[in-house]
Design a protein around this ligand. Structure first.
Ligand SMILES: [Zn+2]
Length: 74
């Protein structure tokens, strides 16, 4: 998995998590389930959202260059 897929997966899990938490308005356990889904977005972010050159985390960087070492990350 590259950093782009990791960022997409992270944002998707975050979105699904929050939507599920709001659905908890109708059925309480969904709040906890949504919270777990939202938290699980940290896993692909932590494992794969890294610069292939220096190994540092890219965070919300969606650009072409690493903000730590300046090398291209495509
Ligand atoms: Zn780097």
């Amino acid at each position: 998995m590259n950093h782009k897929k990791a960022q997409i997966l992270r944002d998707t899990l975050m979105l699904i998590g929050f939507v599920t938490m709001f659905a908890g308005y109708f059925w309480d356990p969904l709040v906890i389930i949504g919270f777990i889904i939202a938290l699980s977005c940290l896993i692909p972010d932590y494992l794969y959202n890294r610069c292939p050159h220096c190994g540092k985390r890219l965070g919300r960087n969606a650009g072409k260059f690493c903000q730590h070492c300046g090398k291209e990350i495509d």
